[in-house]
Design a protein around this ligand. Sequence first.
Ligand code: NAP
Length: 282
Amino acid sequence: MILIDGKKIAAELREELKKEVSNLKAKYNKVPGLTVILIGDLTPSQIYVRNKEKSANEVGLKSDVVKYPDSVEEKVILDKIQELNNDETVSGILVQLPLPKHIDKKKVIETIVPSKDVDGFHPMNVGNLSSGYESSVPCTPLGCYLLIKKIEPNLSGKKAVLIGRSNLNGKPMAQLLLKENCTVTITHSKTKDLKAECLEADIIVAAVGIPELVKGDWVKKDTIVIDVGINKTDKGIVGDVAFEEVSTNAKALTPVPGGVGPMTIACLLKNTIDCFKRLADK
Ligand code: NAP
């Protein structure tokens, strides 16, 4: 079984991005800039944002974090986004989710200009992705896609089963794999026989949020299994895949932690650089 080392692959990607930033600096005399808006004091959000900022600095991006208290008015956030939309030094804007209840997530996402939407959540980017056009792609599925391609460069004709249909993970993942000519099945909480679906799969991507849902006897030999789940349990952080059991069958498997997580942040940096390049080319 191949243990897919997301930490190592993400570090390699960051090295490539660092070189790219240096080339962009030489060409345009400026570097891509990422601005993160962080609202409130949720600890996981603060940790994510700190890691994003650290990684952005490491590859040479200009990185800013704008912080607001939980009580901030929606209008203040929308005005700030408009200001960043018009700021030429900002290539990518990310509003860290979740948001406080009084702030409308849809409004926030739709206020970010699509060309700076590094999360790929704007309906314009969602539509472009599903139409097969150039777009920002949500960072986690993009990271999963790059991991799968490392193991199997030619995905044409492969059967992919995605567990979970969220806008964040399952749906964009489906678009990426369809583009690679996979036959894609998207499963969810109302799927009748998840085990039977998984047993058909050459590729499984589990993004559910249920600890160790995918068992060893759900996976046929030679399946690539990508575990997106991050679940806090008594025995620590575990994924949506029963790692020990599945590792005896799978062709390749991501660990949790150290699999998809590091790729998510590296892909955020990649998206920021891609936004910069698209804006610079215009
Ligand atoms: P989400 O929005 O809650 O979506 C979960 C999906 O799983 C839904 O589509 C749901 O179906 C489906 N589901 C629930 N129970 C199921 C079952 N028994 N069988 C099959 N499908 C089932 O979650 P998310 O935001 O996509 O996140 C999923 C997991 O990934 C979480 O553990 C999260 O922490 C993790 N995550 C990790 C990263 C990373 O960087 N590694 C990034 C993002 C998220 P319905 O649509 O029918 O409700």
